[in-house]
Design a protein. Structure first.
Length: 173
């Protein structure tokens, strides 16, 4: 029977994708993976007609927050990839649910290259970011923290609309 071999292959593939949480580089990878999944799911759960919702005129709309997150992922990760920030201007140029969810997926995929390349050996290498030299680990931690900060905004917007945010969804049994 070939089932045990198939189970072993699936288990090995899953373990290969799990960050090593004993390493300095593993934690930001894990946090980024979790928060990007929540943000993508929040973007899916919010109805398109609520993308323009602002709880106060002085703050960004739900859609603008998504665009801001996407733009920021390019800003944070481009120096680590040795590239000029592509500056897609998503927050200012994209408004529909389809445009914003696609832009988020693209931004997270772009940024995941920087997280995937981070190792304990490269964590303290420096890059020019935000006008000064910073280590790669710090830049990626800042990005993950920024994503978490804005996921918190999205949670409030969703709760105000009676929608359960992804981080509060019941766990499958």
């Amino acid at each position: 029977m070939k089932l045990p071999g198939a189970i072993l292959m699936v288990t090995c593939a899953a373990l290969a994708q799990t960050p090593d949480l004993k390493s300095a580089s593993g934690y930001p990878k894990m946090v980024q993976k979790q928060v990007t999944a929540w943000i993508e799911r929040a973007a899916e759960k919010m109805p398109e007609e609520e993308y323009a919702f602002k709880p106060d005129p002085a703050v960004r709309s739900f859609g603008q927050i998504l665009g801001h997150i996407a733009d920021a992922n390019y800003l944070f990760c481009s120096p680590l990839l040795g590239e000029k920030n592509p500056s897609p201007g998503i927050e200012k140029n994209k408004t529909t649910k389809a445009e914003l969810t696609s832009a988020l997926r693209d931004a997270f995929a772009y940024c995941s290259q920087a997280y995937d390349a981070l190792t304990d050996a490269s964590a303290n290498e420096t890059v020019k970011a935000f006008g000064q030299e910073r280590n790669k680990l710090g830049v990626l931690w800042f990005n993950a923290s920024h994503n978490l900060e804005h996921y918190g905004n999205l949670v409030v917007y969703m709760r105000l609309k009676g929608i359960v945010p992804p981080s509060s969804d019941p766990k499958p049994q």
